[in-house]
Design a protein around this ligand. Structure first.
Ligand code: 3HC
Ligand code: NAI
Length: 704
């Protein structure tokens, strides 16, 4: 074989080209950014293989990807559109039956349909560092191009079940150990393709048709997985279908493939698929902001003010991302508490295998500095304030920051509800002030609301988004209002839950109904966890401006008056002890007493009605948040709830759910509920307009 190309590259189309090198035909895929197996890639590979098969000099074919990865999967953007030939499964079968042997070179993230293409080839070589996986289940589907049939044949049923129902990619080393790939190599993909072609020809790489292998039966693994999924993911549709498809791998491959296709199409038609794919795109859509072209300011050192719940969590997140942090507190005792929490968080990361013990010690000895003097922040590039939620305390802090911080430093507040414009006005540099609203626990939760005030500079907004990326968090742009996107909508729908509680539903019934809908926790479990004292303080703050028409439910305040703040005090709506949690009978007695006082005869609520009222309230306030321009698009609201509030991912978020219910139906429900409380249940103008035009929230996403 000749080491250099003899003929140069021949392009089949924009995405695929081939070249001849001695007896080897090399096929290159070039479809940035992730070489998704779009129509041009599929036709390109097919035509390139056909062209090479026709050349008598070609004895072996190697396929590789240009750019950052081999094929990262089917092109998700084509889902839901009429399929174009050749389908990916057909392409895979076509590769498998090729008489000219084909080796595939994997690099980057070889996922989904990308791995399936590779499995249909006759040998597989991965570059060091490659990750391979079948993440389809996270999109509500199953591997539909032979993955469920070929992985069990190469790696066994148990590995197939783990990869296909778990969706998590594995390392090249694990893939080699399980038999999915044949070798790990180093070098650039083209050079490895050339070498691998030679080796396949020489017989130093195995040359097999995967479909011709037998699957070793393992009924116990199938049974265990089904039971585990019933227990852990009872609401999800596609995981069980994945197991069914893997079970079909005991059939001859053509029959197994037919069964895989049938199950794949069932998943494709499921609303969960649409919800999960919407969730996938929402995480990418949120970074498309008006300030995206601004250059972020350099962030090399960060100050965090306050070492309480949030400050210590934020500091942990920053330290884990490799950023040096200076933490300040009111006194040494506050600092000691903060350091202890951070140390505990880092110890947790070591236990979970996310950090080595050495790296933890290094962070604590050289990356974390502490001080009781705000002057210590004079050389930091970004300061995140996380002190008590009191304007007077924040005022003092920002007045001092204005004096001590260097010019161009970004001044951020983690406030939950306070007005960032008011905070900015405390300083002589409002353009540098922004809200960076983290969620508790800040080193775990993925959401970061970036709150943009009237005078915030574009590059400060871009800095917030760049920081989120460094922390591997999902940043969502929010305008200024009481509670920003998430807490504002939550405050509103919490009232709908309280009204149902006052009118006859127990907190447990409401929580059970919302968990049945798919929420990780019900609303009363959430307030018990967050601490009832937090909303109590907000209720007191809002009391003076609460409109006379608003129906106010004082039940949570009564609990707080007894010192019951939820989990941290051992009781709230539930009692918490060593045996777990159970409804708090004293809380139920308070609810009864308040109903009596208000002359309310409790009535029954079905789970369906609870979900309907809860979701309608959520969407109602979401529409207002859009109308006011607080959120850029419906999909931003979806991203907030999916990543910060435990909203079920398979439902795609509240505004995606709104489209599934339909605007006209939502208007009908609101008007129906308004007969009881016309102040709370008012149809937002935007929702009415969408209902009248027969439109959808999704159209607003498309408009960008
Ligand atoms: N189809 C279409 N577009 C895709 C895509 C895909 N499979 N994967 C990624 N993209 C797009 C993203 O939307 C993004 O577009 P944008 O720049 O316009 O926002 C761009 O590619 C870059 O993606 P990321 O920002 O996510 O880049 P990262 O480097 O962070 O991550 C990745 C790369 C790990 C490949 C990640 O994008 C990913 O996990 N992609 C999805 C992989 C997947 O689920 N594959 C299975 C598809 S289903 C399938 O194959 C069905 C088959 O069995 C029949
Ligand atoms: P916390 O009470 O746990 O911590 C506040 C810390 O600030 C205390 O350790 C206190 O000693 C310190 N502090 C007070 N004044 C200070 C000063 N002048 N200088 C330095 N440190 C000072 O409160 P938490 O929960 O951490 O909240 C902090 C901020 O984060 C608040 O604005 C809150 O609204 C917001 N927030 C809270 C969330 C939560 O779930 N707890 C979630 C998101 C935001």
């Amino acid at each position: 074989m000749h080491p250099e190309p003899l003929t140069g590259e021949t392009s089949i189309n924009d995405a695929v080209s081939f070249e001849l090198t001695g007896a080897a035909g090399l096929i290159a895929i070039d479809n940035p950014p992730v070489n998704a197996a779009s129509h041009s890639v599929r036709t390109g590979i097919r035509q390139a293989v056909e062209a090479l098969q026709d050349m008598s000099a070609v004895k072996v074919i190697a396929i590789y990807g240009k750019g950052r990865t081999f094929i990262a999967g089917a092109d998700i953007r084509e889902f839901g559109k009429p399929p174009l030939d050749p389908w990916l499964p057909e392409l895979c079968n076509f590769l498998e039956i090729s008489d000219t042997p084909i080796v595939c070179v994997l690099h980057g993230t070889t996922l989904g349909g990308g791995l399936e293409v590779a499995l249909a080839c006759h040998a597989r070589v991965a570059l060091k560092g490659t990750r391979v996986g079948l993440p389809e289940v996270t999109l509500g589907i199953l591997p539909g191009a032979g993955g469920t049939q070929r992985v069990p044949r190469l790696a066994g049923i148990r590995t197939a079940l783990d990869m296909i129902t778990g969706g998590k990619p594995v390392s090249a080393e694990d893939a080699l150990a399980s038999g999915l790939i044949d070798r790990i190599s180093e070098g650039d993909p083209r050079a490895v393709a050339l070498q691998s072609a030679q080796d396949l020809l020489d017989g130093t790489l195995p040359n097999r048709r995967t479909g011709a292998l037998d699957t070793k039966p393992d009924p116990a693994a199938l049974d265990e997985t089904r039971k585990k999924l019933d227990r852990t993911q009872p609401l999800l549709f596609s995981p069980q279908k994945c197991v069914d498809a893997v079970a079909a791998s005991s059939l001859p491959v053509t029959e197994g493939m037919k069964e895989e296709r049938r199950l794949y199409e069932e998943c494709m038609a499921s609303p969960q698929r649409a919800g999960l794919i919407h969730a996938f795109f929402s995480e990418r859509a949120v970074s498309k902001i008006p300030e995206a072209s601004a250059t972020p300011r350099a962030i090399d050192a960060i100050g965090v003010i306050g070492g309480g719940t949030m400050g210590s969590g934020i500091a942990t997140a920053l330290l884990l991302a490799g950023l040096p942090v200076t933490l300040t507190e009111r006194d040494q005792a506050g600092l000691d508490r903060g350091i202890a929490t951070i140390t505990g968080n880092l110890d947790g990361a070591v236990k979970r295998g996310k950090l080595t013990a050495g790296a933890r010690d290094d962070i604590l000895s050289s990356k974390l500095k502490t001080s009781t003097d705000l002057g210590a922040l004079s050389d930091t590039d970004l300061i995140i304030e996380a002190v008590f939620e009191e304007m007077s305390v924040k005022r003092e802090i920002f007045e001092t920051l204005d004096k001590v911080c260097r010019k161009g430093a970004v001044l951020a507040s983690n406030t939950s509800y306070l007005d960032i414009n008011d905070i900015a006005a405390i300083t002589s540099r409002p353009a540098d002030v922004i809200g960076l609203h983290f969620f508790s626990p800040a080193h775990i939760m993925r959401l970061l609301e970036v709150v943009v005030a009237d005078k915030t500079a574009d590059d400060v907004v871009a800095t917030g988004f760049a920081l989120a990326k460094r922390l591997k968090k999902i940043a969502v742009r929010s305008g200024v209002c009481d509670g920003f996107i998430g807490n504002r909508i939550m405050t509103f729908y919490k009232k709908a839950a309280d009204y149902m509680m006052m009118d006859g539903a127990s907190p447990e019934e409401i929580d059970t109904a919302m968990r049945g809908f798919g929420f990780a926790m019900g609303p009363y479990q959430v307030v018990d966890l967050a601490g009832l004292d937090i909303s109590w303080a907000a209720n007191k703050r809002r009391a003076a401006t609460r409109p006379a028409e608003e129906r106010y439910i004082p039940i949570a305040d009564r609990l707080c008056e007894n010192g019951w703040f939820g989990r941290k005090t051992g009781q709230g709506f539930y009692i918490y002890d060593d045996t777990g949690s159970r409804p708090n009978p004293e809380a139920l007695a308070i609810i009864d007493a308040e109903r009596d006082k208000a002359g309310i005869a409790p009535r029954a609520f079905t789970a369906e009605e609870i979900v309907s009222r809860f979701m309608t309230a959520m969407i109602l306030e979401g529409s207002r948040v859009l109308e006011e321009g607080i959120a850029l698009r419906p999909i931003d609201i979806d991203a907030v709830f999916l990543n910060g509030y435990g909203f079920p991912r398979f439902r795609g978020g509240p505004m995606h759910t709104a489209d599934a219910i339909g605007a006209a139906e939502l208007v009908r429900r609101i008007e129906d509920y308004a007969r009881e409380d016309a102040w709370y249940w008012q149809v937002p103008a935007l929702l009415r307009q969408i209902a009248e035009n027969g439109g959808s929230f999704a159209e607003m996403n498309d408009r960008g």
